[in-house]
Write a protein that binds this ligand. Structure first.
Ligand SMILES: [Zn+2]
Length: 423
């Protein structure tokens, strides 16, 4: 008996070390569908509490009836939340029960953990590792890359842009791609890193990437929100915004994709600093947004194509998101995303929805793609990468390859078409 007690103490101690606190209860992700307005209201209230984190939609204000809501619930609140849902007759299912394991799996590093397996590009990289990787890439490919420091974040982390060019003379066209505006969308920086590796490896091997690099410069910003990204690795995996601190508020962070000067802070954004879609004190108040807009303004004569990478929900979107009105070249961009979605379906048997942002998701003012479009970059896109909610923001590393290949196929398809149009 004493042995048994000793054994359970040991197991319990092991559990504490692993943060499971002697209980099988873990943080969970629930998929909940409200049917009535009363249930919608209840769900909006639940999801604005701190011990939960709304995965989909981005803000409680976007919750509507008959559309599944994905809610991350901390272990301490699982019982209370599920009881509340049951009492009010809300139907729900558990999307993920093993969140801690998934998070652990995502943060494994080959240098400290031989079990991690896979190559660098089949793992998620910490901020430091991404900085190291792009510096190393720059040193190894001096003929094709240039590292450009465009500014720094609120916490003074550098914002590095990697410029990719083919081995040829100067050209007058360029493409922009940013990743990691939203901190918890880890597949996004993983894609930028993936794209850089692909472009440098397959230049002069793959005809599409060769054409792109021969005719355009490609500017890539792998992590637009380094402070937030770092925070998701150290403190809160579900963090979305940057980490700017505001006088007079205990809440931290601005949603960088609501901070651009594009119908700023109208319907679809929040003026409350505690909201996950907080627009900031004024347009371009955030150093990360200032750095990007400054660079884009200075290069807008050459930049013809703009991509911003997000996750999750598998969508290929274009302006506008700040209004339901159509852009003048709506049908042209619609055809481009349609062709890209068809290519993904044919090669990877995966479905991506496509269309203008406001019509395909919901109104979202102050976004980078709308701003870029209004600056005259007429081929402007936002991609929502894998998946559709099975793992959400916790996409396992073994799905990085297919997620990146799909996004790559879409980027190449659209960019090649646009180059043809511009000739
Ligand atoms: Zn996002």
């Amino acid at each position: 008996m004493r042995r048994l007690i000793l054994l359970s103490i040991l197991i319990c101690f092991h559990c504490i070390l692993k943060k499971c606190l002697c209980s099988s209860e873990q943080d969970k992700v629930l998929s909940i569908t409200a049917m009535t307005q009363e249930q919608v209201n209840l769900l909006q209230n639940i999801s604005s509490h701190n011990e939960t984190s709304l995965w989909q939609p981005a803000s409680p204000s976007h919750i509507t009836s008959n559309t599944p809501v994905h809610l991350y619930v901390q272990s301490s609140s699982v019982t209370r939340v599920t009881e509340l849902l049951n009492t009010h007759g809300l139907s729900f299912s558990v999307l993920l029960e093993n969140t801690q394991e998934l998070i652990q799996e995502q943060t494994r590093n080959s240098t400290t953990d031989p079990k991690s397996g896979g190559t660098t590009y089949e793992r998620y990289q910490s901020l430091e590792d991404i900085y190291y990787l792009i510096n190393k890439t720059n040193q190894e490919h001096p003929d094709m890359t240039k590292l450009i420091l465009i500014g720094s974040s609120f916490e003074k982390n550098p914002l590095y842009l990697l410029k990719l060019s083919g081995r040829r003379g100067p050209v007058d066209k360029a493409m922009w791609m940013d990743c990691g505006i939203h901190a918890r969308e880890w597949i996004s920086p993983a894609f930028c890193i993936w794209f850089i590796k692909y472009a440098l490896t397959f230049y002069k091997e793959n005809p599409d990437i060769t054409t792109l690099l021969d005719k355009m410069d490609i500017y890539i910003l792998p992590v637009m929100n380094p402070d937030g990204y770092k925070y998701t690795w150290t403190t809160n995996r579900m963090w979305r915004k940057n980490r700017s601190v505001m006088e007079g508020s205990s809440c931290v962070g601005v949603d960088l994709n609501r901070n651009f000067d594009a119908n700023w802070c109208t319907t679809g954004a929040s003026s409350s600093p505690c909201s996950d879609i907080y627009c900031g004190r004024y347009p371009e108040s955030e150093p990360e947004v200032q750095a990007v807009t400054k660079f884009l303004r200075a290069h807008k004569a050459s930049i013809k194509l703009f991509f911003s990478m997000h996750s999750y929900s598998q969508m290929l979107l274009f302006p506008y998101s700040y209004t339901h009105e159509q852009i003048p070249n709506h049908s042209e961009l619609f055809e481009l995303v349609q062709e890209a979605a068809i290519k993904i379906r044919r090669h990877y048997k995966n479905n991506y929805r496509y269309g203008s942002g406001a019509k395909t998701i919901y109104l979202a003012p102050g976004g980078s793609d709308d701003w870029a479009y209004d600056q005259g970059i007429l081929y402007s896109f936002t991609f929502e990468l894998q998946d559709r909610g099975r793992y959400g923001f916790l996409l396992p590393p073994n799905l990085i390859t297919v997620a990146c290949n799909e996004a790559l196929a879409a980027v190449k398809t659209i960019a090649i078409r646009v180059l043809e149009k511009l000739q």
